[in-house]
Ligand binder design. Structure first.
Ligand SMILES: Nc1ncnc2c1ncn2[C@@H]1O[C@H](COP(=O)(O)OP(=O)(O)OP(=O)(O)O)[C@@H](O)[C@H]1O
Ligand SMILES: [Mg+2]
Length: 351
């Protein structure tokens, strides 16, 4: 079959069937859009290409799948049946008003006028609660979780307790070492990761969550570490990792084995079910876990697409990021990205 003929056949298939052809042949095919799928299938080595042609022939000879009747008893159109020219639901969503331009996207961005620092009510609430409770801080990115962490650390040090701060990444641990050393003094802060071991007797210790879990294992097995008796505060940054399929167990065990007298502070911008997590922590620890959860962004977030050519375009048609379903990409971003695909994947197949 010629390249053009195969491309023609592939373009007539639904994305579902294209994924079926791509299965076990293309890595991460499930992330590709239709155009990239077709291009990637056409670029397969000759052996696999022959298999595609055979599978395609049998797919084309398959009888159409019977459609399930909907609630009104009407049959749905076949996924591979030729589409009627009626607009799709997606087209219905395209707003009629013009999309914003790049200038409108960048409007108002700059350095704000300096103002005296005043903690938000939820920040003060979190700090106060930590005197008696564990706390989950589930608030958006850039809303000021670090302030709560630093104030809680300050209070723990004043009460002559030690602090352990964990992050899931060595790079983030290194950044925090610099940040906390500037605030508390280099002699007050140490770090323990797979690569680094500096000042391990410091009252504030930064480590990866895996290292803390292993320390807690040792303590639980009877090799009591003196630090555990004086440990006043454990901060688990990026605690949405609790839901990670592979590493989540480390966060889970860290919470389970955390000493009873230490307060837990979980920080995250993206825990999907913080109420459930707070209820679980309350059920296994001696004090209840207080949840602070809001979605107010103190710094508005806007999305843009930076093309490798250096052009910047709004990502969405609207300036603010649309939540949930129904967002519409900006036409300029779509155009730039299609050109980018053409340049990197070869000429775009035109139907
Ligand atoms: N109450 C406040 N008023 C004004 N600015 C604040 C307040 N609290 C924190 N900030 C500022 O907001 C910015 C973002 O704070 P921070 O880095 O703590 O966010 P975060 O919640 O930790 O975000 P991320 O999820 O990205 O880690 C910082 O520049 C910080 O100084
Ligand atoms: Mg942060």
């Amino acid at each position: 079959m010629t390249n053009d003929a195969l491309a023609q056949h592939l373009s007539g298939l639904s994305v579902r069937l294209l994924h079926r052809l791509a299965k076990n042949r293309l890595v991460r095919h499930f992330r590709m859009g239709k155009t990239r799928l077709i291009q990637s299938l056409l670029n397969l080595p000759p052996e696999q290409r022959a298999e595609i042609e055979t599978t395609l022939t049998s797919l084309l000879s398959e009888p159409p799948r019977p459609s399930k009747p909907d609630k009104q008893g009407k049959s749905k159109p076949q996924p591979d049946a030729p589409r009627h020219p009626a607009p799709t639901s997606r087209q219905h969503q395209v707003p009629t008003e013009p999309a914003i331009n790049t200038q409108a996207l960048l409007e108002g961005i700059g350095v704000p006028q300096p103002q005296p620092f005043k903690p938000d009510d939820w920040q003060q609430d979190a700090i106060d609660r930590l005197a008696t409770n564990d706390v989950i801080l589930s608030v958006p990115t850039g809303s000021g979780k670090t302030y709560v962490a630093i104030e809680a650390m300050r209070r723990a040090i004043e009460a002559e307790r030690t602090v352990i701060y964990t992050s899931p990444l060595k790079a983030l641990s290194n950044t925090k070492l610099t940040e906390f050393s500037q605030l508390f003094g280099a002699d007050q802060v140490g770090i323990l990761t797979g690569d680094r071991r500096d000042n391990p007797q410091a009252p504030i210790l930064i480590m990866t969550t895996e290292i803390l879990r292993n320390l807690l294992y040792d303590a639980a097995s009877g090799e009591i570490d003196v630090r555990m008796d004086t440990l006043g505060l454990i901060i688990l940054d990026e605690s949405q990792f609790l839901a990670d399929a592979e590493r989540g167990v480390v966060w889970e065990e860290t919470i389970i084995f955390a000493p009873a007298q230490s307060r837990l502070l979980l920080l995250s911008a993206s825990i999907g079910n913080p109420e459930e997590v707070a209820a679980w922590i309350s059920s296994i620890r001696s004090t209840s876990c207080h949840l602070i959860h809001h979605r107010n962004r103190s710094v508005p977030l806007r999305a843009a697409y930076l093309d490798p050519s250096g052009k910047l375009a709004p990502f969405f048609r609207t300036r603010d990021i649309a939540h949930g379903k129904g967002f519409v990409l900006h036409p300029e971003t779509k155009r730039l990205f299609a050109n980018y695909e053409d340049r990197t994947l070869g000429p775009r197949y035109k139907r």
